[in-house]
Ligand binder design. Structure first.
Ligand code: ZN
Ligand code: ZN
Length: 332
């Protein structure tokens, strides 16, 4: 099969032919229909996060179709559509797994990091961690490339949103793939969205307003109202003190990315007043089920730029440069 392979951190992905993966009895063999591009892939590509093995096939927002009878033992017909998320496997018996927090399992294996992912024509995935996806029919919003970004950007963003509790005024720092989905969920839930982008990103601010944000500006600006909570999606530690200053007493700041540059020191008064600062890590299967059930009720619309598999490196390059609104998706 063809795959875009990471040979070493800092090196461009290389399109090559590698052996077809062979599923274990627990795994499904899938033909990849679409694979979303996540900032985590960029962190792995750039060496800011350590790859589980090299060479590695990135990609953990996979929409695929079950192949070759591998779904039989799992009640899935040949050709059934499934989604493969970041959480690829957990131990099932540690204190985290046993308390509904499998996202924190120390032995967890992650798709496109510890096990090969979806920047390829085929992949294998543990059936217990895949989400069945109803067939999309003709509806554009349910097409493979539109569903793929829901599988990380959407559902980890959703976990971050839940951490904001009942916040009415919600700030989103970094208006990319995750924020453009979570803004729609937040508006659907009756919240006010305040969108913060990079300096001078007028296009991103206009996009946020189109999706229902009541205000959009630059990260260094103070919003017109004090926020109840802020979610930080951009990998920029300097946003943490800015966000803390933008939230009201009792408000929370949630860091939703897996990697961030160092957080500069800030005066204790910025945290004082029962403000909270926390991170969100990974996802549980329950998060995925809840979010995928919610998505059609919003209904969520993903803004997608598609790239052929051979252009995976360009997709990462464009993500780094903020060249598109919404999400990038590879289609083999
Ligand atoms: Zn565990
Ligand atoms: Zn991701």
């Amino acid at each position: 099969m063809h795959a875009a392979v990471l040979d070493a951190p800092g090196r461009p992905l290389r399109l090559t032919e590698i052996a077809d993966p062979v599923p274990t009895p627990e795994q499904l063999l899938l033909s990849v229909s679409a694979c979303g591009v996540c900032r985590t892939d960029l962190h792995l590509r750039d060496g800011e996060l350590a790859a589980g093995h090299l060479p590695l096939v990135l990609g953990h927002q996979i929409v695929g179709r079950v192949l070759g009878g591998s779904g039989e033992a799992h009640g899935l017909a040949d050709g059934a559509r499934v989604g493969v998320p970041w959480l690829g496997w957990t131990c099932g018996h540690c204190r985290y797994c046993l308390s509904g927090r499998e996202n924190l399992c120390l032995q967890a294996r992650f798709t496109g990091c510890d096990v090969d992912g979806g920047y390829a024509e085929l992949t294998v995935a543990d059936a217990r961690y895949c989400f069945p996806l109803p067939d999309g029919g003709d509806e554009d919003a349910l097409a493979d490339e539109h569903v793929a970004p829901l599988l990380c950007a959407g559902l980890i963003g959703y976990r971050a949103l839940r951490m904001a509790g009942d916040a009415t005024r919600l700030g989103l720092y970094g208006f990319g793939s995750a924020a453009h989905l979570i803004a729609q969920v937040a508006v659907h839930e009756g919240r006010e969205v305040y969108a913060f982008t990079r300096e001078g990103d007028r296009r991103g601010q206009a996009f946020a307003r189109e999706l229902g944000a009541v205000w959009a500006g630059t990260s260094t600006e103070r919003p017109p109202e004090e926020l109840d909570a802020a979610l930080i999606f951009a990998p920029v530690g300097a946003l943490v003190p800015l966000a803390l200053r933008a939230v009201a007493r009792g408000g929370s700041v949630v860091c939703a990315g897996i990697h961030m540059s160092d957080i500069p020191s800030f005066p204790y008064t910025d945290l004082w007043g029962e403000r909270q600062l926390r991170s969100v890590a990974n996802l549980t299967r329950a998060d995925g089920e809840a979010f995928l059930a919610l998505a059609p009720r919003v209904p969520l619309r993903t803004q997608v730029t598609t790239y052929p598999l051979a252009a995976a490196e360009s997709a990462l390059h464009d993500l780094r440069g903020g060249a598109f609104e919404g999400a990038a998706v590879l289609v083999p």
